[in-house]
Design a protein around this ligand. Structure first.
Ligand SMILES: [Zn+2]
Ligand SMILES: [Zn+2]
Length: 244
């Protein structure tokens, strides 16, 4: 699998950048995980929206879904010009009917509710889910293909089961919206220290810190996570591409 970071800011995008969006590619299959603000603009520097085979959403907060509407418009225009003749599946949980119903638009996109207790097979990918601790229903995802695994936490405060869910993954793409010593739990977010702790408990190979804060010195996040986790730690960056 190839992972490309499209956007990594928590809450809203920094000027000229994007909030949550991650592109997974495997054997010519393209899955976009979350579709936050400015993700479509940044995605198009890599592939056009017509090339996507699916979108999957962790939850319905705007920093993860803001660009769903414009992806739908892009594909609608694609139908009009004859560039696009498919219906794009958008996978989301069914615990928020208002959020879920936005996923279906004409014959352009079709909302599909994933069942958190079942493995979802999309193209060559197998995806399992774990509900996180957040201010809105949100699901972490473990995506596996050809014996490799990546876990994307979505938004969450620290909880022990997340490490069990992430056990032995090659990459943990973990939110780190706060610095060590801060209390992110009320907002439903983790600190750098908790991200490092989760990576250590799970025994993952690599930790990518994402859903980054708009304050402080981001390099501190890495140092603080490294006090907990001895493996490789990367701070998410737009355009960062990694083979898993
Ligand atoms: Zn968020
Ligand atoms: Zn959220």
């Amino acid at each position: 699998m190839d992972l490309t970071i499209i956007g990594h800011w928590g809450g809203f995008p920094k000027a000229g950048e994007a909030s949550s969006g991650y592109l997974l590619a495997h054997n010519g299959f393209y899955l976009l995980m979350d579709c936050g603000s400015a993700v479509l603009s940044k995605l198009q520097t890599i592939i056009s929206a017509e090339k996507l085979d699916g979108i999957i959403l962790s939850h319905y907060h705007a920093d993860h879904t803001a660009d769903i509407g414009v992806v739908q418009h892009a594909l609608y225009v694609g139908k009009f010009t004859g560039q696009y003749d498919k219906t794009l599946p958008i996978y989301g949980h069914g615990l928020d009917s208002e959020g879920f119903k936005q996923l279906t638009y004409k014959d352009v996109t079709a909302g599909i509710a994933y069942k958190p207790d079942e493995i979802l097979h999309i193209g060559p990918l197998s995806i399992s889910f774990l509900q996180t601790h957040h201010s809105a229903p949100c699901f972490a995802m473990r995506i596996e293909a050809d014996g490799k695994a990546i876990v994307y936490t979505g938004d969450t405060s620290y909880f022990k089961e997340l490490a069990d869910f992430s056990k032995g993954a090659d990459v943990l793409l973990c939110e780190s919206n706060f610095y060590k010593g801060m209390d992110g739990s009320a907002a439903g977010h983790m600190t750098s220290e908790q991200a490092g702790k989760t990576a250590r408990q799970a025994g993952v190979d690599k930790l990518i810190l994402t859903h980054l804060p708009h304050f402080g010195d981001l390099s501190r996040l890495k140092d603080e996570a490294a006090e907990q986790f001895a493996g490789e730690i990367i701070i998410a960056q737009e355009g960062l591409k990694m083979e898993i």
